[in-house]
Ligand binder design. Structure first.
Ligand SMILES: Nc1nc2c(c(=O)[nH]1)N[C@H]1C(S)=C(S)[C@@H](COP(=O)(O)OP(=O)(O)OC[C@H]3O[C@@H](n4cnc5c(=O)[nH]c(N)nc54)[C@H](O)[C@@H]3O)O[C@H]1N2
Ligand SMILES: Nc1nc2c(c(=O)[nH]1)N[C@H]1C(S)=C(S)[C@@H](COP(=O)(O)OP(=O)(O)OC[C@H]3O[C@@H](n4cnc5c(=O)[nH]c(N)nc54)[C@H](O)[C@@H]3O)O[C@H]1N2
Ligand code: SF4
Ligand SMILES: [Mo]
Length: 759
């Protein structure tokens, strides 16, 4: 059979490593290798990417489906599905206001183009509400970044390989990656005698095993550890005074809060010896370069937002920021998130719980509360795209009940998921290899990149891509016409003679004549410029045209450094063409380190260190140690519910046969706990929390300390021919919507209280 090869990217984590896929005549991915031409991954990939055929060739949705009274689904045509959904959206919007409609998802680790077009659907529904996975991990970070750097959509890179001193805090890059070429990068830092690798984790992870210094913190006690590190630095005048004067404001306001930190008491509480804390604090302060990489271990854990703040202060007060070998802000081709104003300044809040948006996102943990209530302003309709809330949001049972209670629920997915079965309508999407796709996870500095992936597989019959689905619904809602014949012709000429800027002019005239169309510019472009692009199934790439132009205008110098000769408007065109014609991805900007300060969004271009709410929280920390003794008696274990392992990848793979090892997704139990509970290695147990219970296989290992258990997420999805023995357990059967950060509402997935029973 003939084999073809195609450049694309892995869709399993935010690294989106470039890959080359060998495909046979039936569309099977027979081989997947690293793409050496990818500007960042340069040929690297991990074991998961080689199994992508299990995504492309899974049991697919093949028709729009509508739920019948008896709870089963019937196939309906696209025309009927679109019309019924559009009619109900219009009715709900007009009767109850757009705020009674919400959108969830918008893209996972590989597909953000559809999410961009989701904005058009929200415009038609007149709703500001997006619930997203990022709001169950990163919104605390975004909120802190907003205060420190001026906007919630500022973000910094973590160049682990370039620093002399590295701290990995609540992350396990050997398994989860989160940085380019994670394994060789971590290995180099670990082996290099001139570099120091510090790992902070309650579990002796694959990364911790390589560390020079392993700080085995007690689960959920990072705030004490970070406060003690900062306390030691400030109490011993180890802060970088020159940096503080030159680049920050507010140090004098934060200083007293750390002068009083009782470091030895906090060392006791967090379980890390005081000498180690002092050694690391001094090490960071004295290092020439220091980089911090942090992730879910501090975000989905107690004091989540405070942790984000203290972690940033650690590199800021020591002056490790905005230089080579340190954390630096970076730009985005198109920002992944937005910036939300605080409610006091007119920022939008939710109708029932009054939760504010952060980065324009709303947290999954409040979703059921916004639906399951008699409140007249409750959510009545939800459109889910590229997400599986019932499986991946906290408390699966509560999420399912909430979705079932909605007047209208629509799921757009490639497969029949836990959320789809709860919905009223299901719409079958094309996979990420059957359409133009991209992510906005371009998070690098000083050289940043972008990868627009071209479709490489024939789309499955009767499926549509998300931008097209959005377009049809918005059209059926009566907001815009289905096509724009004159503009279409202009777009074709424009592609031949872009210098004349005809399309731009024609768009301006059109929207001046029909002002209501202006807010649907992405859809208009898709139906005009999108059709003029010389590729199949590529209309959504028209969005990149706008992104490239805006980017080239904003980062003129940095784009010119790519060697593009064009100037002004032509520079945007040149960048667009370069992106379109780089199937392996391309660099899009080159900064100097000095220019990273321009990315700060405060007018004075300084870091604003003081965040009064969080300093108050810091002062209240000691009171937070008092735990619920009654609950701990009933549920004696702290479960880390969501470990990244060799064979989990969020909710992307449903067919459990993709796993080569750890098929059941075992629960890690410390030998002493196993002995106390008379558990033998490989026994199945019932793991019970206050919300639910799962049956799970055990593995006895001293990787976890006594009293701590660890299970993976990304298991327990239903798939034909499989049961819990082969799919593993669903972590969110155990988690709760209430156990979450008071400020950002990010869940405490790493602090789930459970007990074990033998089965
Ligand atoms: N207990 C616990 N829960 C967790 C976590 C944890 O550690 N512990 N981790 C959390 C984190 S960090 C994250 S990011 C989330 C991830 O949770 P989600 O965002 O829900 O998961 P994804 O894997 O991104 O995929 C969601 C859906 O996208 C579908 N899909 C794949 N390709 C396409 C496509 O091209 N189009 C469409 N329309 N759909 C497609 C898949 O079939 C899947 O149903 O999970 C969170 N949940
Ligand atoms: N293999 C694989 N890789 C993935 C994914 C996947 O599903 N599978 N998902 C991707 C996604 S969406 C994300 S967000 C990232 C997440 O990537 P990571 O955050 O690196 O992954 P986790 O394993 O969830 O958690 C990181 C570490 O936090 C530790 N931890 C638990 N509790 C605490 C605590 O209280 N304090 C500290 N300091 N550490 C604690 C855990 O033991 C774990 O080693 O991974 C990405 N990469
Ligand atoms: S899972 Fe992540 S690190 Fe592994 S190949 Fe895919 S994108 Fe790269
Ligand atoms: Mo994530």
């Amino acid at each position: 059979m003939s084999t073809t090869t195609h450049s694309s990217a892995c869709i399993l984590c935010s690294q989106n490593c470039g890959i080359v896929i060998h495909q046979d005549g039936d569309g099977n991915f027979t081989k997947v290798i690293g793409d050496e031409n990818h500007p960042i991954s340069e040929g690297y990939l991990c074991q998961k990417a080689t199994r992508l055929n299990f995504y492309q060739k899974q049991e697919r949705l093949t028709s729009p489906l509508r739920k019948k009274k008896d709870g089963t689904f019937e196939e309906i045509s696209w025309e009927v599905a679109i019309k019924e959904i559009a009619d109900q959206l219009v009715r709900i919007r007009d009767d109850h206001g757009g705020t009674s409609i919400a959108y969830a998802g918008g893209g996972g680790q590989g597909n953000h183009l559809g999410g961009v077009f989701g904005a058009m659907l929200r415009t038609a529904c007149d709703t500001p509400y997006i619930y997203a996975a990022l709001a169950q991990e990163k919104t605390g970070n975004f909120w802190v970044n907003g205060h420190l750097f001026g906007r919630q959509n500022t973000n910094y890179c973590e160049p682990v390989g370039e620093a002399e001193y590295v701290m990995i805090l609540g992350a396990n890059p050997i398994q989860s990656h989160g940085l380019p070429k994670a394994r060789p990068t971590i290995n180099e830092v670990a082996r290099n005698p001139k570099k120091t690798l510090v790992v902070v984790d309650p579990r002796r992870t694959e990364t911790a095993a390589k560390a020079d210094i392993f700080m085995q913190v007690k689960p959920g006690k990072d705030a004490f550890l970070l406060a003690a590190l900062l306390g030691h630095i400030i109490q011993n005048n180890l802060e970088n005074k020159n940096f503080i004067v030159e680049h920050t404001v507010g140090f004098e306001q934060i200083k007293p809060h750390f002068e009083g930190i009782p470091t030895s008491e906090y060392a006791e509480i967090c379980g890390v010896p005081l000498e180690t804390i002092e050694q690391v604090a001094t090490g960071i302060a004295k290092a020439k370069t220091f980089v911090l990489r942090s992730d879910l271990g501090i975000e989905q854990s107690h004091n989540s937002t405070l942790n984000s703040y203290l972690a940033r202060l650690l590199f800021l007060v020591t002056g490790h920021f905005g230089r080579e070998g340190t954390n630096c802000l970076h730009n985005f081709l198109f920002p992944l998130i937005g910036h939300s104003k605080e409610p006091e300044k007119g920022g939008i809040t939710t109708q029932v719980t009054g939760m504010k948006g952060i980065g324009k996102l709303f947290p999954p943990n409040i979703l059921p509360l916004e639906i399951v209530t008699d409140h007249p302003k409750r959510l009545r309709a939800l459109i889910v795209d590229s997400a599986n809330p019932v499986a991946t949001y906290a408390n699966s049972t509560a999420q399912r009940k909430a979705i079932e209670k909605l007047e209208l629920s629509v799921v757009i997915d490639v497969a029949m998921t836990e959320t789809a079965t709860a919905a009223k309508y299901i719409l079958p999407a094309r996979t990420q290899f059957e359409k133009m796709e991209a992510t906005f996870f371009n998070l690098e500095f000083p050289k940043n990149f972008f990868h627009l992936r071209h479709p490489i597989s024939e789309p499955l019959q009767n499926t549509l891509d998300e931008p097209e689905i959005v377009h049809r619904i918005v059209t059926a809602m009566g907001e815009i016409p289905a096509s724009f014949p004159i503009l279409e012709r202009v777009a074709r000429i424009d592609r031949k003679l872009p210098r004349l800027r005809l399309l731009l002019l024609a768009l301006k005239i059109t929207t001046a004549l029909s002002p209501n169309w202006k807010k649907y510019h992405l859809l208009i472009l898709k139906e005009t410029l999108g059709k003029a692009l010389p590729y199949r199934n590529a209309k959504a790439a028209s969005f990149i045209w706008i992104a490239a132009h805006l980017f080239a205008k904003k980062y003129k110098k940095q784009v010119e450094r790519l060697g593009l000769k064009a100037k002004g408007y032509a520079l945007g065109e040149a960048l667009f063409n370069r992106i379109l014609k780089s199937p392996s991805g391309t660099l899009v900007s080159i900064h100097t380190y000095q220019e990273s300060w321009e990315l700060i969004r405060h007018r004075d271009k300084k870091v604003h260190l003081e965040i009064p709410e969080l300093l108050k929280w810091l002062g209240e920390l000691p009171a937070k140690v008092e735990t619920d003794a009654e609950k701990e008696r009933k549920y004696p274990f702290n479960l880390l519910a969501g470990e990244r392992r060799s064979y989990n990848a969020n909710a992307v793979f449903r067919n459990p046969e993709w796993r080569k090892t750890d098929v059941e997704g075992s629960l890690k139990v410390n030998p002493s706990d196993a002995q106390d509970h008379k558990i033998e290695n490989g026994d199945w147990v019932r793991c019970i929390s206050s919300t639910g219970a799962v049956k799970i296989k055990t593995v006895i290992t001293d990787e976890v300390p006594a009293g701590v258990l660890s299970m993976p997420h990304g298991y327990g999805f239903t798939y034909k021919g499989h049961d819990e023995q082969t799919t593993g357990a669903l972590a969110n059967s155990l988690t709760s919507t209430e156990d979450c950060d008071p400020l950002a509402k990010t869940p405490y997935h790493k602090n789930v209280r459970v007990r074990l029973e033998k089965v």
